[in-house]
Design a protein around this ligand. Structure first.
Ligand code: AMP
Length: 163
């Protein structure tokens, strides 16, 4: 069975390069159409819901920054069409599943740190996306950053990064 509609979910850090590379290679080898999605999580969600202040300006900045990073990512992967790139507000699992259903996606590709133990209990997006997914899910194994290292955002990566 070959895939026809692949959706790659990206967190817009430097870690998404190997995930997009894998999704793109799969799309090329199966002749599938490749779409991409990033979910911007509303700030109120990160703070646990009830925040007694207006976050709309901060949220707009958060969205604009994500759009900038997405454009940089698309520039690095010219075969990805802007029409197939989605930037959505919400909760990653819910939005990714909904988009997958809407677009008739048959494979979702995510990155995975292969966490276990307490880190897994604390949750990971790949694990979350897998549960209740409307189609196959491919978790691309990512290297666990060294202690103290934080994944850099896409715009910290030089444009001539070799894959
Ligand atoms: P995490 O569990 O946050 O380390 O992320 C694992 C993978 O989930 C990433 O490599 C992405 O494929 C996906 N992911 C994480 N956050 C997002 C997001 N905000 N939007 C879309 N995909 C995401």
């Amino acid at each position: 069975m070959s895939y026809q509609q692949i959706l790659v979910a990206v967190d817009l850090t430097e870690e998404c390069d190997p995930v997009v590379n894998r999704a793109q290679a799969l799309a090329e080898s199966t002749g599938a159409r490749l779409s991409l999605v990033h979910i911007v999580e509303p700030m109120a969600m990160a703070f646990g819901g009830d925040v007694p202040m207006d976050l709309s300006q901060l949220q707009q900045q958060q969205y604009d920054q994500a759009m900038e990073r997405l454009e940089k990512l698309l520039a690095k992967f010219p075969t990805l069409s802007k029409d197939d790139a989605h930037l959505t507000y919400g909760q990653p699992r819910q939005e990714i599943h909904q988009l997958a259903k809407q677009k008739g996606i048959d494979l979702i590709v995510v990155g995975s740190h292969g966490r276990h133990g307490l880190k897994l209990l604390l949750g990971s997006t790949s694990n979350d996306v897998l549960h209740g997914a409307p189609c196959d899910v491919l978790a691309v194994r990512l290297k666990e950053p060294a202690a103290g290292d934080k994944a850099k955002p896409v715009d910290d990566i030089p444009d001539n990064t070799a894959f």
